[in-house]
Design a protein around this ligand. Structure first.
Ligand code: HOZ
Length: 430
């Protein structure tokens, strides 16, 4: 029996890297089987180390909105790299990026660049605490805001995938400051604010959740959240690491017309290289060192190569109708999948917000963590593997959202739906 190169790499990796991966969801533990080791990507397609081709619906968990190896992004990166990979000092590129962010997301009056979404959310929380002089923070069950200590409480993404919403290694005294409410539960929110509103430094929320699969907010919930934060001088943080520049050019805040006090960005803003950003009201951002007393720093913050990849990506997504087309293609995909499931008699639903989508083995699209937990995980796992065998690469967990790129063609979608028909037939015969 021959062992594939993929299998060999995974076995070797497990000896040197915990679980063989550098981020837990990648390990395929919840769906079973061996993670795919990739070698190349181009447009909507990926090739693994054994040469097998896939249509990619993860897109590096969001950043590759233009598809893989976009020639203009690659060229810009190559050119800027010749001037040095890092200075650890200011550059004009950072200013360009700050100005562009401010133009596209005007609520971000001042911005600071970091190297990941985790840093962005962690720093935004610290600033909100420094600004308000309060310790308590509020998050929502199943939302994931990166892996800093205080945010790994009832969190989504990998923690949810492995059924352990609270991480080991987080002191109880730290987690005690994090209060968790149900997503889309306006009453709970009102009750909490009525009790201790004036003690809450900030509320952090994914304005469209992408880390317990995809959950869409109700307008009443978002509006009430905005009003309560204003009333109690609590900082409202929109974590738009996933939704930023993806569900709308101006993010979810433009889509729903709600202005947060602070916003965190990642993924698309780096075009595939490590960039994050946080920003918001100038009076809040002025709390940051060296102007104010809240400390935050980073050797590679604003890295010129990463920022250039982001700038080029943000330039290319500003072409007219970019987001309309991305949303239309994503809708074609989810509609085609729902139809294929109906034909196979499988209980299934799906939806998209712009270029983000959710697939659920349940009759209706869930609106909360509790509803999401009732979806059929075993059915997802069978579907996932049948799709993978057919060269369709979906997120290896029932609790992750999917992402399209502008490179996904009608032909890609048709091929995906053809594969899904067989996959749903397998689910139906379970
Ligand atoms: N936290 C990401 C999904 N929500 C996974 C990141 C990765 O594994 O690359």
């Amino acid at each position: 029996m021959t062992t594939s190169k993929n299998q060999q790499l995974f076995e070797q990796s497990q000896r040197l890297i915990p679980g063989g991966v550098n981020s837990p969801v990648r390990a395929f533990r919840s769906v079973g089987g061996t993670p795919i080791f990739f070698k190349k990507g181009l447009g909507s397609r990926l090739w693994d180390v054994d040469g097998k081709e896939y249509i990619d619906y993860i897109n590096s968990w969001g950043p590759m909105i233009l598809g893989h190896a976009h020639p203009q992004v690659i060229k810009a990166v190559q050119e800027v790299a010749e001037n040095s990979l890092s200075f650890g000092a200011p550059t004009g590129l950072e200013l360009e990026m700050a100005a562009l962010i401010n133009k596209l997301v005007p609520s971000m009056e001042q911005v600071r660049l970091v190297s990941s979404g985790t840093e962005a959310t962690m720093s935004a929380i610290r600033v909100s605490r420094g600004f308000t002089g309060r310790d308590k923070i509020v998050k929502f069950e199943g939302c994931y805001h990166g892996h800093s200590d205080g945010l790994l409480v009832k969190a989504g993404s990998g923690l949810l995938t492995f059924g352990e919403p609270d991480s080991g290694g987080v002191p109880a005294s730290v987690a005690a400051h994090t209060l968790t409410l149900e997503y889309n539960n306006t009453q709970q929110l009102q009750d909490l604010f009525a009790k201790i509103g004036n003690e809450i430094a900030c509320v952090i929320i994914e304005p469209v959740v992408g880390n317990m699969n995809l959950i869409v907010p109700t307008m009443a919930f978002l509006q009430s959240l905005r009003a309560l934060c204003t009333q109690h001088s609590t900082v409202l943080i929109f974590d738009e690491v996933m939704t930023g520049f993806r569900v709308h050019l101006g993010g979810a805040q433009a889509l729903y017309n709600i202005k947060p006090d602070m916003t965190t960005l990642g993924k698309v803003i780096g075009g595939g290289l490590p960039v994050g950003a946080f920003g918001g009201r100038k009076d809040i951002m002025q709390s940051l060192a060296p102007v104010g007393k809240v400390y935050q720093a980073g050797t590679l913050s604003g890295n010129p190569v990463a920022v250039t990849a982001g700038l080029k990506t943000l330039e290319l997504i500003q072409v007219p109708d970019f987001h309309t087309k991305l949303g239309q293609q994503t809708k074609k995909l989810v509609d085609g999948l729902v139809q294929a499931a109906n034909e196979a008699g499988v209980k299934f639903s799906a939806q998209n917000v712009g270029g983000m989508f959710g697939l659920y083995f349940s009759e209706y699209c869930p609106t909360s963590f509790a509803e999401m937990m009732q979806s059929n995980k075993a059915a997802f796992n069978v579907f996932f593997h049948a799709m993978l065998d057919a060269g369709i690469y979906l997120g290896p967990s029932a609790f992750e959202a999917g992402f399209l790129s502008i490179a996904h063609s009608d032909e890609d979608i048709a091929q995906t739906i053809t594969a899904a028909k067989l996959a749903f037939a397998k689910v139906a015969s379970m």
